[in-house]
Design a protein around this ligand. Structure first.
Ligand code: SAM
Ligand code: SF4
Length: 326
């Protein structure tokens, strides 16, 4: 079992397969020109599986593949197939562009839930946010997943003045579709131009939805990072991930492995522990994992302690989201 000094058991590992991506979402990538990590410095398929096995032996029950865009990695299918053989729930977060080609691999890997990031239902705004004209491809891939009875969760980062006026449209989408919309508070990362006035908070999201709908809270599962709600008469549901205004740190069970093999004990940790070099040198990895998690801070990596309106995003020491793996 992997525990921290606050008694939190860590049984959920998020593995970033790459920091490369076929999108350029401004809230995720650093502002300046960014060189993707060369393949030789990334964990190789065998190394990912080797590391995952160590975590699974220590009680990890769920693995999420993420990135960058996990499905742009050339050997993504091989990785999914190999990890699918481990006794874990395997899930993935993707921008949804490569679902059609990768569907056989997702099914072979036993993936039953796919989180797709989609911040707008308007093609022109989609192009503005991602700088790629692929809205219709993503939408049809969502339909494809639903057709194959794969659970779809939609991640929507809500940004004031950009897409907060679409919250109702997203809720309307759940009326006849068994999808869950996950509204995410915009978070600050290195170089992503976060300012508090661009944030649309949990309370603002709830107040917006309450204008048009009656919602009922759904009882949270033990490690849920989202507050979930249902709307009577809707096939789907929605949830809010309020990391900035109401974080879920007290029940956190997550660890993150970056694509270059560094363990981050929190999304906002300023430090990280290299596991890949020691693995390549045949060192024992387990003590490194244990001491990294033991040193996890109580909340938000010990950063972001200010009220969000006073937060100076430039004072946060962290990677950009694309290099952490969201
Ligand atoms: N490429 C995949 C995708 O877009 O789903 C996986 C990686 S992406 C970094 C994972 C999630 O992080 C996405 O849902 C994305 O919207 C979210 N994300 C990225 N930057 C964020 C930010 N600054 N605040 C909140 N969520 C963010
Ligand atoms: Fe790529 Fe996902 Fe980041 Fe957008 S949010 S740039 S799709 S990694």
């Amino acid at each position: 079992m992997i525990t921290d000094s606050f008694g939190r058991v860590h049984d959920y590992l998020r593995i970033s397969l790459t920091d490369n991506c076929n999108f350029r979402c401004f809230y995720c990538m650093p502002e300046e020109e960014y060189d993707f990590t060369p393949a030789s410095r990334l964990m190789q398929t065998e190394e990912i599986v080797q590391l995952a096995k160590i975590f699974v032996e220590q009680g990890v029950k769920k693995i999420r593949l993420t990135g960058g865009e996990p499905l742009v990695r050339k050997d993504a299918a091989a990785i999914i197939t190999a990890l699918g053989k481990l006794p874990v729930e395997l899930v993935i977060t993707t921008n949804g562009t490569r679902i059609a080609e990768m569907l056989p691999a997702l099914i072979a890997g036993g993936i039953k839930t796919v989180n797709i990031s989609l911040d707008t239902l308007q093609p022109e705004k989609f192009l503005f946010i991602t700088r790629r004209d692929l809205f219709h491809q993503v939408r049809s891939n969502i339909e494809l997943l639903l057709h194959h009875k794969i659970t779809v969760k939609i991640n929507m980062v809500v940004m004031k003045g950009l897409n907060d006026n679409e919250i109702k449209d997203f809720i309307d989408w759940t009326k006849h579709n068994p999808i869950q919309i996950r509204f995410i508070e915009f978070m600050p990362f290195s170089g992503n131009k976060w300012t508090s006035n661009k944030m649309f908070s949990l309370n603002e999201i709830l107040a917006t939805i309450a204008k048009d709908f009656t919602m009922l809270p759904v009882k949270a599962a033990p490690h849920d990072t989202a507050k979930s709600f249902m709307i009577p008469g809707h096939e789907g549901s929605f949830a809010i991930i309020s990391t900035m205004t109401a974080p879920f740190c007290s029940t956190c069970n997550r660890m993150r492995l970056t694509a270059d093999g560094k363990l981050k004990n929190c999304l906002f940790s300023d430090g990280e522990t290299d596991l890949l070099s020691p693995l390549r040198n045949n060192q024992d990895i387990l003590p490194l994992i244990q001491s990294s998690i033991w040193s996890k801070k109580k909340e938000l990596g010990g950063q972001l302690i200010e009220h969000f309106e006073k937060l100076d995003a430039d004072s946060i020491k962290n990677r950009s989201m694309i290099t952490i793996g969201g």
